[in-house]
Design a protein around this ligand. Structure first.
Ligand code: SF4
Ligand code: SF4
Ligand code: FES
Length: 229
């Protein structure tokens, strides 16, 4: 198949972005592999910068706008675009480092502020909430589509809801009050419940369920509903 890529390039934040067109003749593969082929071939003199670590939908680093939609490059096949045209651009809610690579530190800083920097394996909490939340890739796709999130704001978005939900599900009584206050300040008070985050999440996390359960526990002080599965 022949694919026309239109790639947004930007050398630094100080410089203006521009679109570069590149044609690639290839068999069906992922956008991530296509970028590698382009960088090794047509653009070997000036390769496109983008982030990639696992190539297996595990690290979230390769999130970018693919035909205008936030997606993982390693989880998007070229055959999904039968008209033969693929546009690639950086996520817009984070500062561009170069080309398709963005600085996601605002998302990681939010986790630190929430006290939600998780290192332990998700334990059993009876609701499945901790396990669900632990699948978050911290890719930032949810922030891209969230109408209420902007970098530097008080509202931290669904990428912070996921670890907060896990902590809420597993919190001891002593931690409960602190968590409840930070959850209300940085999530509950800002979320408009549009659920765009649920529809875009590449990990398939049901943010609506996390939202309902976390609101019940942290705001209404109800016990978590047990998972019926
Ligand atoms: S909730 Fe989903 S979209 Fe948001 S950061 Fe986690 S994995 Fe990515
Ligand atoms: S439900 Fe809507 S406002 Fe709340 S985090 Fe998801 S996208 Fe943002
Ligand atoms: S490279 Fe890790 S999710 Fe795509």
């Amino acid at each position: 198949m022949k694919i026309l890529f239109e790639i947004t390039r930007q050398k630094s934040q100080a410089e203006k972005p521009y679109v570069q067109s590149v044609e690639l003749e290839t068999t069906d593969t992922t956008v991530a592999r296509a970028l590698e082929l382009i960088n090794a071939g047509q653009l070997s003199d000036d390769p496109v910068q983008w982030d990639c670590s696992c190539r297996q939908k595990k690290c979230g680093a390769c999130a970018m706008l693919i035909n205008g939609r936030p997606r993982l490059a390693c989880d998007t096949m070229l055959s999904e675009f039968p008209n033969g045209k693929v546009t690639l651009a950086p996520l817009r809610k984070f500062p561009v480092v170069r080309d398709l690579a963005v600085d996601r530190s605002v998302m990681f800083d939010a986790l630190k502020k929430l006290g939600a920097w998780l290192e332990d394996e998700a334990g059993e909490d009876g609701t499945g909430m901790a396990y669900d939340a632990s699948r978050c890739l911290q890719c930032g796709c949810c922030l891209e589509v969230c109408p209420n999130f902007y970098a530097g704001g008080k509202f931290f978005g669904a990428s912070a809801l996921t670890p907060a939900s896990r902590l809420i599900a597993q919190a001891s009584k002593e931690d409960g009050k602190r968590l409840s206050n930070t959850y209300k300040a940085h999530f509950y008070n800002g979320c408009g419940k549009s659920l765009a985050c649920r529809d875009i999440c590449p990990a398939g996390i049901d943010t609506e369920r996390l939202l309902v359960n976390s609101n019940a526990a942290a705001v209404w002080k109800r016990s978590l509903r047990k998972n019926k599965k």
